[in-house]
Write a protein that binds this ligand. Structure first.
Ligand SMILES: [Zn+2]
Length: 324
């Protein structure tokens, strides 16, 4: 990342992965792209590999610097891979998930930082149990945003991605990830806010992930059926209610089908969190690449105007950065 002159100088209250920022961008095929930076804010390790992973791998290949921010360590996640559902895995889940994140980060070619908060867990039951003391979702948003503001001011992203107001998935950490991302995006460029967190830097665009849309699942379902295969989406679609669908909010479709294999490899690296024989890996790659070759987003903040629909998270940013 040295080519863009951004070297982090401080600790954000964030704990970085073993690989330090600056070590991962090794080629710069496009001089303008080499100065571009993307920050993807996620709740848990594994979320970066299931939401926007192919987009990140594509931009890395173009020479964009990509930093994944993991708000929590996933300490209260379940073991979702039956082959690893063992006492020794449950006992060491925090360390194992950290190692899984290291592997996924290397596959995607991204940099990664831990924000340092503790997983809130997914409350289950009726009534729902209280959230555990000290967890991420119980933090004050203004306080929890500070380490993210610091990271934004260090890494200086042009584009930030996060979850929508529902979290995209009703996990308290995903909703908190949204709140903290929005608060940090609004504050990072204001020198009056968080004056101890570094020199102000205003990211230019902010997006929500919108890949899990009904039209996409339907397109994949139909592509699978027309190939004469059994669709794993049958039951999902039957239970889908229209109110869940936010596809009318999509502004941006990033072509990234060539990077779906990297996305799947990164997801499999989170071995405790996915069943390699499960649902996610049943759809043949060629059908996915033909059936829906994009990852989709909603543009929600832009300091560089708004020309949608678009197919590039850096639309409007490239020209501005190149001119500087
Ligand atoms: Zn998550």
């Amino acid at each position: 990342m040295g080519q863009n002159g951004c070297h982090p100088t401080g600790r954000a209250g964030a704990r970085r992965g073993q690989q330090q920022m600056g070590d991962t961008v090794t080629s710069t095929p496009d001089r303008a792209a080499a100065r571009l930076r993307l920050m993807a804010v996620h709740a848990h390790p594994d979320d970066e590999s299931s939401k926007g992973a192919a987009t990140m791998a594509r931009y890395v290949a173009e020479g964009v610097a990509v930093l994944v921010v993991s708000c929590t360590g996933g300490e209260r996640g379940s073991v979702l891979n039956p082959k690893l559902d063992r006492p020794d895995v449950w006992e060491n889940i925090t360390e194992i998930r950290r190692a899984e994140m290291d592997a996924a980060r290397a596959i995607l070619g991204v940099e990664q930082a831990w924000l340092g908060f503790v997983d809130s867990g997914l409350p289950e039951g009726d009534p729902l149990p209280p959230l555990p003391e000290g967890c991420f979702a119980l933090q004050d948003v203004e306080v929890a945003a500070e380490p993210l503001v610091r990271l934004m001011r260090e890494f200086r992203p042009h584009v930030v991605t996060t979850y929508d107001e529902t979290g995209g998935y009703p996990h308290p950490d995903h909703i908190m990830c949204h709140r903290v991302s929005m608060a940090a995006f609004e504050a990072a460029g204001d020198p009056q806010r968080y004056p101890a967190a570094g020199a102000a830097w205003q990211p230019l665009k902010l997006y929500y992930h919108m890949t899990f849309s009904k039209p996409r699942v339907l397109a994949l379902h139909e592509a699978i059926l027309s190939a004469g295969l059994t669709s794993p989406y049958e039951e999902w679609l039957a239970k889908w209610e229209d109110r869940w669908d936010k596809s009318d909010r999509i502004t941006t479709r990033v072509p990234c089908g060539d990077y779906f294999p990297a996305r799947d490899d990164a997801l499999r690296a989170h071995a405790t969190q996915v069943d390699p024989d499960g649902f996610w890996f049943q759809v043949p790659m060629e059908i996915q690449q033909r059936g829906w070759p994009t990852e989709d987003y909603e543009l929600v903040r832009s300091m560089v105007g708004r020309t949608v629909p678009e197919d590039d998270l850096f639309a409007g940013v490239r020209a501005m950065v190149a001119a500087r």
